[in-house]
Structures are given as structure tokens and as C-alpha cells.
Design a protein around this ligand. Structure first.
Ligand SMILES: [Zn+2]
Length: 441
């Protein structure tokens, strides 16, 4: 057994429902056996109760601040879009045509796919993300490359082949029959292997016919524990096009609803332009929404109506939406969510506890993995990120002088990033660490 000694913070409850949900330990202890937390609390008490445990003291030299947080959970991020990050200046549909789909077409080459998969998984781990719902490639061979490296990375990855049969580039189109056949084979090879799970993933209704959505629904129905993910209501022009393509549908949500794709394990990305009827039906289906504030800002998609989601009872988590977003950092994503709610009329004020919840437990709940990850309660896996800003940085200074834990947490979201990530674990196994000298005084 290992007893980790470190200051830590987590949100074992939902701060949107429970004001006292943020739990902090200034001298914390987490007792871990076979990768699972068996006790969580103050270090002195745990030490006294488990004198035989091997102590791993994460605190560095005197005066070096650090904080352990649950590993971040990213509920919307595209593996084939690493190299299109930074494509500023375009709205969604133009950004897809000019910036992104030409890049995604390159994934027909398995070697190309493998090299980007490495960059992608490295990007997650470097930023302290331990669990991700990943939009895949249109090519089954590229997904085999991805899943192979994902399994080796140790990260918790939920992902699937992206399928479409219209309105993209012809190389990215498939047929419902082929989508079903390739999906079935990928599920057979990867779903439930180690920490991998499969997510059935039509790109969006704009590029998926009713026949394609039906093929997806068959895969969901026939696969125990399969997740479902897609895009919805991201951009006004996109919503209008979907309305034209599905004249019988009540709205965008109805295109997925009629196919039977919505349920507790469905995650829909964006939902910036949702109607009240759609929000009410999402709550009924218990599906959740991945809010991608950096992407919404960068592509000018609009203000996310968080207060309306909360009022309707729709669960919300955070997605970085690489490459429409601006990078892999959930800390940055939390800050941008805060900014947008500050700026928009009727915005919901977000506290540091809200930001931590949105970037950890909320994502685990969205993926129905909250029995396994998302906070430091006993019984959960030790999925964690230790943040320790290098000496001489503003974050280091702020953390050393902060008055109280909420202030530290706010500073982490405001100033923190990959450069502050010292070590990352999934189920007790180190999946990323930086050399000691980067952080020494
Ligand atoms: Zn996306």
C-alpha cells in the first residue's frame, strides 16, 4: 500500500446542487492499494491508521507549492485535429472545409495516423487529462493505430470511428453498411480492452443520413456499455442546414432522437443554440452536453446557455474540442467557461469549485465512469494530476501567498497549464512526469 502525502482538492459532490461540495486537505493523505484509493483524508490520521504503508511525499522542497487534483476529464476532443490547432479566423463550416477536413483525409495513411495519435495522447497526458471522450478518424485503420497507442498510454479513452455519408469530402464518406461492419469489428477488437471503451460517433446530422444514423443506432443497441457521441446546435448556419436536410424532424435533437441514439451514455457536444424543447427532452433522455468554451469563442459559435441547461436539468461537462478549440488544457477551458458566463447576459456565475467539478467529476458522470474516476473518494481509482508551478513563475508566487484553498484553485485555473504539471497517474500508474530539475528551486 502507498500513502501519498500532498495537499489535495476535489469535488466529491456537485457544487451546482451542494454549496459545500469542494473538499480540501492542506496536509492530505490518499491511501492507495492496487491503483485504488482505499482511504482519503488528513495525512496524520491515515498515517496513524496505516503505519505499514509506504509514504510517497509529493511535496517538493521547502516553499515549493503544489496541489493534487483528480485527473481531468475531457468530454469532447478530436484525435485527427492536433495539427490544425491555431486555425483562427473562420466560422465552423468554413473552418471544416478549409482547415480541417483536408487534414482528416490524410488519415487514410496508417503511418500518418499513428504519428498524430502519439502527439494527441501526449497532449492529453501533458495537460493532466486522464480520461477523454475522443472523436476519432473516419478511417478504421487509423482507429486501430489510435486504440493501440491509447492502450499503451494507460489513459482512459472512450473513442470511436467517425462516420459520415454526405457533405464532407468524398474520401471521408462511407456507407451505412460499411460503417456498421467496420464499427462492429473495431468494437470486437477494442471495446472493454483495459481502459478502452467504444463510442459510436456519427460526425453530425449534417453529414449523416437517416440510414447512417440507423446503422449507428444498431451498433449502440448491440454493444453493452457503448457510449454515443456527436455534435449538436453548434453554429447557426449548421442548425439551419440540418433543418433543411431533415424536413420531418422537429429540430436538431430529433434527428438523433428518432434514430434511438439518446440515453444515459450519450454526450452531445456544444448545444449553443438549443431550444427549450430540446433541453427538456435531453433531460428526459438523461443525456449530457459537452460545453467547449474555447472552441465556441474561437469559431464565434456563440454563448453557451449554461443557466438554461441547469434549469432544465441537463448535465454539463467540459470539452477542449481540439482542434476547433485552442489546446488540450482543461484549466484553460474552465477559465474560458468562467469568462463567457461573466460576459453573457443571464450568465451563470462560476466559482472555483464549479470549474473543478466541470473539469473532473462532471465529465466522469457524463461518461458513466463516476464509479471509477472523477474525485478522490475511497473506492475510486487513483487518477490524479500533481500541479507544481516552477520557481519564479507568477503561479508559484500566487500559490505561496494565497489566502485559502479557493484562492489557490482560482489561481490554478487562471494561471495554470501544462508547464505546471509535474506528474499524472491513472489507476496508480504514472502516465506522465517531468524531470525533477524542471521544478527544483
Ligand atoms: Zn467537435
Amino acid at each position: 500500500m502507498i500513502l501519498y502525502r500532498t495537499p489535495f482538492m476535489h469535488t466529491p459532490a456537485n457544487p451546482f446542487d451542494q454549496p459545500g461540495a469542494l473538499h480540501t486537505e492542506a496536509d492530505g493523505g490518499l491511501l492507495v492499494e492496487n491503483g485504488v484509493i482505499v482511504a482519503s483524508g488528513g495525512f496524520p490520521d491515515l498515517r496513524a491508521a496505516s503505519p505499514g504503508a509506504e509514504v510517497h511525499d509529493l511535496r517538493g522542497s521547502e516553499g515549493q507549492p503544489g496541489m493534487l487534483l483528480p485527473g481531468f476529464v475531457d468530454t469532447h476532443v478530436h484525435y485527427p485535429q492536433v495539427r490544425v490547432l491555431g486555425g483562427l479566423g473562420m466560422p465552423l463550416l468554413e473552418w471544416l472545409d478549409r482547415n480541417t477536413l483536408p487534414e482528416e483525409a490524410r488519415f487514410v495513411d496508417a503511418a500518418y495516423a499513428r504519428s498524430v495519435a502519439g502527439e494527441f495522447l501526449g497532449g492529453l497526458a501533458q495537460h493532466g487529462t486522464t480520461t477523454a471522450l475522443v472523436f476519432g478518424s473516419h478511417f478504421a485503420s487509423a482507429m486501430d493505430e489510435f486504440f493501440g497507442l491509447a492502450q499503451a498510454s494507460g489513459l482512459r479513452i472512450v473513442a470511436g470511428q467517425v462516420v459520415s455519408d454526405r457533405m464532407l469530402r468524398s474520401e471521408l464518406h462511407t456507407t451505412p453498411e460499411r460503417a456498421y461492419r467496420e464499427g462492429k469489428a473495431l468494437i470486437g477488437r477494442w471495446h472493454g480492452q483495459g481502459r478502452l471503451l467504444y463510442a459510436v460517433t456519427p460526425r453530425f446530422s449534417l453529414s449523416a443520413s437517416e440510414g447512417m444514423l440507423d446503422a449507428c443506432a444498431a451498433l449502440v443497441r448491440e454493444t453493452p456499455q457503448a457510449r454515443f457521441t456527436s455534435h449538436i446546435n453548434e453554429n447557426v448556419q449548421e442548425v439551419e442546414t440540418v433543418r433543411r436536410l431533415f424536413p420531418q424532424a422537429r429540430d436538431y435533437l430529433d434527428t438523433y432522437e428518432q434514430a434511438g441514439l439518446l440515453g444515459r451514455r450519450s454526450v452531445l457536444a456544444h448545444n449553443v443554440h438549443a431550444s427549450d424543447s430540446e433541453l427538456g427532452r435531453m433531460a428526459q433522455h438523461r443525456c449530457s452536453v459537452s460545453h467547449c468554451p474555447c472552441s465556441n469563442s474561437s469559431l464565434g459559435s456563440g454563448f453557451f446557455p449554461l443557466a438554461r441547461h441547469l434549469a432544465a436539468g441537463v448535465a454539463v461537462s467540459l470539452g477542449t474540442d481540439v482542434g476547433g478549440g485552442t489546446g488540450f488544457g482543461l484549466l484553460k477551458e474552465g477559465l474560458q467557461a468562467y469568462f463567457l458566463q461573466q460576459l453573457m447576459p443571464g450568465g451563470h456565475p462560476l466559482s472555483p469549485a464549479h470549474l473543478l467539478y466541470l473539469s473532473t467529476l462532471a465529465g466522469a458522470e457524463a461518461l458513466d465512469l463516476h464509479g471509477r474516476t472523477g474525485d478522490f473518494s475511497a473506492g475510486k481509482a487513483f487518477d490524479a494530476v500533481y500541479l507544481s508551478p516552477p520557481a519564479g513563475t507568477p503561479l508559484n508566487a500566487v500559490m505561496r501567498h494565497a489566502e485559502g484553498p479557493e484562492r489557490v484553485l482560482a489561481a490554478l485555473f487562471t494561471l495554470g497549464g501544462a508547464a505546471d504539471v509535474r506528474q499524472v497517474w491513472v489507476e496508480g500508474q504514472t502516465v506522465y512526469s517531468t524531470p525533477e530539475q524542471f521544478h527544483a528551486e
